[in-house]
Design a protein around this ligand. Sequence first.
Ligand code: FES
Length: 309
Amino acid sequence: MSELPTSADTGALGSGRSTFRTSVINLDRPGDPSVFDEKTRLDAAELKSRYPAGQERSALLPLLHLVQSVQGHVTPDGIAFCADQLGITKAQVAAVATFYTMYKREPTGDWLVSVCTNTLCGFLGGDEIYNALSEELGVGHNQTTADGTFTFESAECLAACDYAPVVTVNYEFFDNQTVDSALGLVQQLRDGQRPMPTRGAPLCTFKQISRQIAGFYDDESALALDANGTGPQTEAGVRLAVQRGESAPSYALGADGRDGTGDTGDTMPANGVGAGTRSDQPTSQHDAPLTTSGSDPAHPAKPAGEEAK
Ligand code: FES
């Protein structure tokens, strides 16, 4: 069994994390929201406008991605900017920013390379891939190469176990990796190429993907809108059920036509198209691959039935 990163040599559980926390809540450097330009302020206003009046603080997650897209990580300035924009305290912002691993607290390279070392990927070669890439890049978990090009990390399950072992670059999937293919992937990036992910959108830099995750699709990210997030393995069960004409019973509905779970199915159709409730469809359809942009008014979902083609 190969060696996995330890807190001693990578900072995964030790110094890296404590540095992270103090870097975000730095009493000596409280943060200056004025470093963000007018465009960022307009973008922040746009994000806030997407939430109901009085609930603008819900825009904190995309706002953190926005400041990360500008500065490459969440800095004390970014924390102060978010707090300023939302009328909440910096401690509240920092509490959120330090909870999610997608908010980086140290300068991050153009390419965030994440290797899944969770159970399935680890057993199928993820550990070896991690160690090989760590040696090749000369960095450990949560560390960035000296030239600032790559940030490297081991990741918990990336929700792609059916393609294990998986590596992501800026959250785009490279499925069924081997040590050789992963080393080749890094070499291509070093050579200035942008290898096409197995699934998903074309690669863009870490700052660009942070902007997309914040909720902005500029010209450069237009191709992301047509990207398919699933593949044959993921869809196999649903396709077989469709072939056989099988479906699961729908949820029982109350007198008001709602299923009573209080989840998004009560208020938004599962496929993001048209009006209706889950009574419109069997649960097997509800579980089918969906277009996640369906709830984005700027990018309406394709007509029902087209998304799985
Ligand atoms: S264990 Fe690696 S994606 Fe789930």
